[in-house]
Ligand binder design. Structure first.
Ligand code: ACO
Length: 428
């Protein structure tokens, strides 16, 4: 294993330190590059840049591997619960039974929202996208929970993290209730984290809500599959916002804003809309042809991934879960047949094979969420709910790193060089 790499730049020969992680590609330490050569590196989209070191999540995109604190996502999805995964991501280890009970109890004690926050919802239009509401309401938490805003205090950081994980289901469910004009449902702490979310979303005050265990399990699994994903766009946004010392709730609101886009968390909504638009299996070739056409901006939503150039391991679990949920609920959704056939056709097409484009986690999640009863606009809000634990775990890791500094990328400037101001009357 070499510990230095040679670089010749600006007439100088440099020895760059090679840093080794516990697994995965080595990285070149270029922190002194500018000081020594006066040059920056150029990497739009950060395709070759490690922005931090992290002990939380590992992805091997070529092999289709995703590990949280070393545990494969398939094992966690099959055998653990979302609360266990939250404990694992935040604290580094799977909890003992006692630790899990305590953690679940702590989270359940933070599920309610300050009553004043309910009035925020009434300021939104009824047809507002739930992600617009989530950005606003989560950002507004910073005005309500000021006793956990001192980011230099590890205990306050943990309280803010617990609050965010606990309140996100309440916030998301309220966004849904508001959009359909039903009364907000209060959390019920005798239910599981996921059961409580279903109760707040689909329950009504006039009736007792009975949680369907198959739906609860499927939903919990979906939360596990979305819990963290290394330094993706929204997590990097949270880290960047947090690097200035910003309020924790404001940082998570920034992450939600980033997640909303169709190239990131919004893809599950876009994928289901696309499958519905295709409608029947016989129309698939037309859409595949459009996806391959360089002059058509259309892409197969739910296909492709910046990191996975092999099957997305989360998509495998998701595909199995679709069958379970549709079977349990007795839903026969033609969209599922379209999804299966589209996957088959795309994966046997040279364009998709050569470009290593496989279904990602979002390809099937929309079908399940729709079968459970969520409107497409709620899909990304559910993603935000689940990803909150990843965001707060990564944010905590960053703040507690003694080497942490404000994130400040540089640029290759291509604008005008210096020129003199021209008085308004003299401009042509
Ligand atoms: N359909 C058709 N062609 C595609 C697709 C797609 N879904 N995705 C990538 N390609 C093609 C591109 O046109 C490009 O072709 P070219 O080399 O001939 O120009 C090539 O594959 C590489 O694509 P890039 O956009 O450069 O790859 P990148 O890694 O930047 O993008 C991304 C990854 C944004 C996810 C992309 O695959 C995409 O837009 N997919 C659809 C949206 C989606 O499903 N997003 C969810 C991501 S997962 C998540 O956030 C949980």
């Amino acid at each position: 294993m070499t510990d230095t790499a040679k670089l010749s730049a600006a007439g100088k020969d440099l020895d760059l330190k090679v840093m080794h992680g516990s697994v995965g590609p080595d990285v070149l330490d270029i922190r002194k590059l500018y000081a020594q050569t006066g040059m920056f590196t150029y990497d739009p989209g950060f395709t070759s840049t490690a922005s931090c070191d992290s002990a939380i999540t590992y992805i091997d995109g070529d092999e289709g591997v995703l590990l949280h604190r070393g545990y494969p996502i398939g094992q966690l999805a099959e055998q653990s619960s979302f609360m266990e995964v939250c404990h694992l991501l935040l604290n580094g280890e799977l909890p003992t039974q006692d630790e899990l009970d305590k953690f679940s109890y702590t989270i359940s004690r933070h599920t309610m929202l300050h009553e004043q926050l309910a009035t925020f919802y009434r300021g939104f239009r009824r047809d507002a996208h739930p992600m617009a509401i989530m950005c606003g309401v989560v950002g507004a938490l910073s005005a309500f929970y000021q006793d956990s805003a001192d980011i230099t205090d590890p205990q306050q950081r943990m309280i803010a993290s617990h609050r965010l994980i606990a309140k996100m289901p309440t916030i998301a469910a309220m966004a849904y209730k508001y959009s359909i004009g039903q009364p907000f449902m209060h959390p019920k702490n005798n239910l599981s984290y996921t059961g409580n979310f279903l109760q707040m979303t689909f329950g009504v005050p006039a009736e007792e809500y009975v949680v369907n265990p198959v739906v609860e399990k499927a939903m919990d699994r979906i939360f596990i599959l979305h819990a963290d994903h290394e330094q993706n766009a929204s997590t990097s946004t949270v880290r960047l916002a947090g690097s200035s010392g910003a309020n924790p709730f404001a940082c998570i609101a920034a992450g939600i804003a980033c997640l909303w886009g169709p190239a990131h968390g919004g893809a599950n909504e876009a994928a289901l809309n696309m499958l519905r638009e295709i409608g029947t299996v016989d129309r698939i070739p037309e859409y595949i042809a459009r996806a391959k056409d360089k002059n058509d901006p259309f892409r197969l939503m739910g296909f492709g991934h910046r990191v996975y150039k092999n099957y997305d391991p989360r998509a495998t679990v998701m595909q199995q879960t679709v069958r379970e949920v549709l079977g349990e609920l007795g839903v026969t959704d033609p969209v599922f047949d379209v999804a299966i056939a589209l996957e088959e056709m795309a994966l046997s097409d040279p364009y998709f094979i050569e470009k290593k484009l496989f279904p990602n986690v979002d390809f099937y999640s929309g079908v399940i969420l729709s079968a459970i009863g969520f409107p497409t606009t709620m899909f990304t809000a559910l993603f935000a709910l689940a990803r909150t634990v990843g965001w707060v775990a990564q944010w905590n890791e960053m703040i507690s790193d003694p080497e942490q500094k404000i994130g400040r990328p540089r640029q290759l400037y291509t604008g005008p060089t210096q020129r003199d101001y021209v008085a308004l009357g003299d401009r042509k």
